[in-house]
Structure formats: structure tokens, C-alpha cells
Design a protein around this ligand. Structure first.
Ligand code: 4G0
Length: 247
């Protein structure tokens, strides 16, 4: 998958995209991340990319011209790319959105700064706006990194063949069960016995119960849309009863 990121701060992306799983994905050619600096596209004297807002008010607004020209140049190479603007007005990024985007051949991500981008540029050259959550960042770059990371996990091969993004938190709408590694005894705190038993059916059942318990405790709102079997529902009833008799 090709992800082309339009930004006035391309230097922000280096370590994030060269490290760990994303770094490996790029090295293997599963992911091709391209950074396009918007500034050289500015036709202003000093290569400005922002200006004062019409109507007054605090802050600056990114000018349409450099963004339109940068987008035109990038779109010429990637005519079928979905063009996404990272901004707080957008549709919320979720596992489902990331899974859907991971099926695309190419994405173009536009990072805004200051108080945002001239609306006419957005109207002309963006297909959709996506938000990574209900808060404001100083720029869209961190949001673009979050989206890229989240989408990359769903590209076949990126996590390695043994790991599946569908086996993790949120894929079935539940939180993750607790994990343990060596040592078995950490200053008297031991690992749950069942995980050392070698009984894979029992381990699977324990983990499912722990997922349900964690979700009930920390994010009960998720249970409304979680995919639950009849067994899960029985376990939940039991956990709810236990929980209410304790308090
Ligand atoms: C557009 C994304 C972009 C408008 C970007 C700021 C949060 C997110 C930006 C603004 C971002 C998010 C109106 C301040 C750049 N902040 N939640 N900052 N305004 O995804």
C-alpha cells in the first residue's frame, strides 16, 4: 500500500516510520510511505503556507494554493487514492474504519496546521475527513501517524504470519485479556496457573473470561455492540452477579 502524506513538517515522521513493525513493513515493501513537503509548492515570495483568517480572529489558516498544487502533483501519480484530511470534524477512526482503509491500494493524507485549512481547498481536493478522537492537536501530523499505524496492522504480512490483527482487542469488540511472560515468579507475584497447564482449551476459556471481565469493568459501553456467543453471555451474567455481590 502507498501512503502519501502532505505536510509542512515532513521531518516529524522519520523515526516513527523507520522503527519497529512499520519500519519492517516499509523495508519488506508491504508499505510505501511517501512524504510530500507542501512548502515548496507555495508560489509566495517567502514560500508561506499560511495567512490571516478573513473575518478576523486568532491564529492562522493554511492557504489553499500550496495545498491544491501539492495535491494535484501527488494525485497525478496516484489518481485512484482516497484523499483524507485529518481533522477534529471527521468521522472517528475505529478498527472498522482502519480495516476498510487497509483494502485501498493508496491513500493520500493531508495534515493541517494552525486553525485548519482554507475550506475551498478541502472542498476541492479531499474525499473525507477522519478524526482520531475528540481533542485538538497542534497539527495533523500525529493523527496521520496514528492512522497509518492503525491501518498498516491490517495489511497482510505486516504483523507476521503468526499474529492476526483480528485476534486482538476491539476486533470482536472486547478488551484484551492480561498477558504474562518470564519469570514465572516476580518477587512473589506468580503467573496464573492455567497459563502453565498446557491445556489449550482451558487457556482459551480463561482468556475469554478475562476479556469479558476487563470489558465489563473498564468499558461496559463496548458490550452493547460486542460479538458474544451464548457461552459468553452466560459468563457475563456470572461476572455481573459476582461484581454486584462484592460491592
Ligand atoms: C484541522 C486532527 C486540523 C482543524 C488534527 C486543527 C486533532 C485532530 C487541525 C484544526 C488536529 C484529530 C480547528 C484547530 C490540526 N487536531 N482529532 N490538528 N482546528 O484527529
Amino acid at each position: 500500500m502507498i501512503i502519501n502524506i502532505l505536510t509542512i513538517f515532513p521531518e516529524m515522521f522519520g523515526s516513527v516510520f523507520s522503527s519497529s513493525i512499520l519500519g519492517r513493513a516499509c523495508a519488506q515493501g508491504l508499505l510505501d510511505i511517501r512524504l510530500t513537503d507542501i512548502r515548496p509548492f507555495s508560489t509566495c515570495k517567502h514560500k508561506n503556507t499560511d495567512d490571516y483568517p478573513f473575518g478576523g480572529g486568532a491564529g492562522m489558516v493554511m492557504m489553499a494554493q500550496p495545498i491544491l498544487d501539492a495535491m494535484a502533483a501527488v494525485s497525478a501519480d496516484l489518481p485512484d487514492a482516497r484523499r483524507i484530511y485529518l481533522g477534529p470534524r471527521g468521522r472517528k477512526l475505529t478498527t472498522a474504519v482502519a480495516r476498510d482503509l487497509s483494502a485501498e491500494k493508496s491513500l493520500i493524507l493531508l495534515c493541517g496546521h494552525y486553525e485548519g485549512v482554507d475550506q475551498r481547498a478541502l472542498d476541492a481536493c479531499v474525499d473525507e475527513e477522519i478524526s482520531i478522537g475528540d481533542y485538538i492537536l497542534t497539527g495533523g501530523e500525529l493523527a496521520a501517524m496514528v492512522l497509518t499505524d492503525c491501518v498498516a496492522r491490517f495489511i497482510p504480512g505486516v504483523l507476521g504470519s503468526a499474529d492476526s490483527p483480528e485476534e486482538e482487542s476491539f476486533s470482536d469488540g472486547l478488551l484484551e485479556y492480561p498477558q504474562y511472560t518470564r519469570p514465572r515468579d516476580l518477587n512473589g507475584k506468580t503467573v496464573p496457573e492455567v497459563l502453565l497447564s498446557g491445556d489449550h482449551a482451558k487457556i482459551r476459556a480463561w482468556r475469554r473470561r478475562e476479556s469479558l471481565a476487563a470489558t465489563l469493568r473498564f468499558r461496559p459501553d463496548l458490550l452493547k455492540s460486542a460479538i458474544l456467543s451464548v457461552d459468553d453471555q452466560k459468563t457475563l451474567k456470572e461476572l455481573e452477579n459476582k461484581c454486584s455481590s462484592e460491592s
